[in-house]
Design a binder for this molecule. Structure first.
Ligand SMILES: CC(C)(COP(=O)(O)OP(=O)(O)OC[C@H]1O[C@@H](n2cnc3c(N)ncnc32)[C@H](O)[C@@H]1OP(=O)(O)O)[C@@H](O)C(=O)NCCC(=O)NCCS
Length: 269
């Protein structure tokens, strides 16, 4: 039990309803994972905070080698401002350190003042911007014609280490991505260099993280991705990290900005 009377409990099947109730509080409009998917992929790295046996929040953080990636921290709306969020972050930090992580990182919406203040108070600092973009599937975009030598290819797991290093993606993130049903990894090459990375998840449907070092190749990499979006889904979602010229070009072409994110990182040593 922590100093403020909170207890921490594992994510079991019985707590899925609490997760489903609290997950929308993130305000990101992502589809709720199914129970089976949650139990297999998220629950092992999820912790619930309990007060008098009632769930008052949860946290979820992945250990990716030496990098800890905090993916969700949510306090029940009726319990905010009483130390639950801080206690969850400290518990996630403790667990990441115990698993050998020496750094931690996370994404936060740029207008989420409570979360930004919490993370800053724990020593996390902003390093890059991310744009969550929605590419409509039903209407044409005003994209420039891609250079003639831009070409895409799907990559198997044997390329993961090389891609993670090239695009500064935490080690193991692509392996995690591949555990999702029907997940694929697309890259774009131009002039002998890999300039785009698109790990695609049809359930989303979209790519996290999406990188495009050469913005002029946007049309080349978007064409296959759009063809993979399941029919009836109105958009392809791209979580475009770092690459501001690509973000500007896509927004100018008619892609919609869903929201903007600040990426933050800090030391755990
Ligand atoms: C962000 C969130 C988890 C904070 O949880 P909480 O239990 O209310 O936070 P705590 O009471 O532990 O407060 C911890 C710190 O957060 C900051 N904080 C909390 N509420 C705040 C507010 N309304 N305004 C500004 N800062 C605030 C403060 O720095 C606070 O430290 P202090 O009490 O020493 O001043 C909570 O607001 C939440 O669940 N939001 C919806 C989900 C979400 O956005 N999660 C983060 C995704 S990145």
């Amino acid at each position: 039990m922590s100093a403020n009377g909170l207890e921490f409990a594992p994510a079991t099947r019985e707590r899925f309803a609490d997760f489903a109730r609290l997950f929308p509080e993130l305000g990101v409009d992502d589809p709720l994972p199914t129970l089976a998917d949650w139990l297999a992929r998220l629950a092992p790295e999820t912790v619930f905070a309990l007060q008098d046996d009632a769930v008052v929040g949860y946290g979820y953080a992945q250990a990716l080698g030496e990098d800890g990636y905090v993916r969700n921290v949510v306090t029940d709306p009726a319990q905010r401002g009483r130390g639950v969020g801080r206690a969850l972050m400290l518990e996630l930090r403790r667990r990441l350190v115990a698993r050998g992580c020496v750094r931690w990182q996370l994404n936060v919406k740029v207008d989420n003042a409570p979360a930004l203040a919490l993370y800053r108070s724990l020593g996390l600092v902003g390093d890059f911007r991310t744009w969550v973009l929605r590419v409509p599937t039903g209407s044409a975009l005003a994209l420039p014609v891609s250079p003639h030598d831009a070409a895409t290819r799907e990559c198997g797991p044997e390329f993961d280490a090389e891609l993670q290093a090239r695009f500064a993606v935490p080690p193991g993130l692509l392996a995690r991505h591949r555990t999702k049903p029907d997940a694929r990894v697309l890259v774009c090459d131009r002039a002998g260099a890999t300039v785009g990375l698109a790990p695609f998840d049809p359930a989303f449907p979209g790519c996290f993280p999406f990188r495009l070092l050469d913005a002029t190749c946007a049309g080349a990499i978007l064409a296959p991705l759009l063809s993979w979006v399941p029919s009836g889904r109105p958009h392809l979602q791209l979580v475009l990290e770092r690459d501001e010229p690509a973000a500007r070009l896509l927004l100018a072409a008619g892609v919609r900005l869903h929201f903007e994110i600040q990426h933050m990182q800090g030391s755990l040593t």
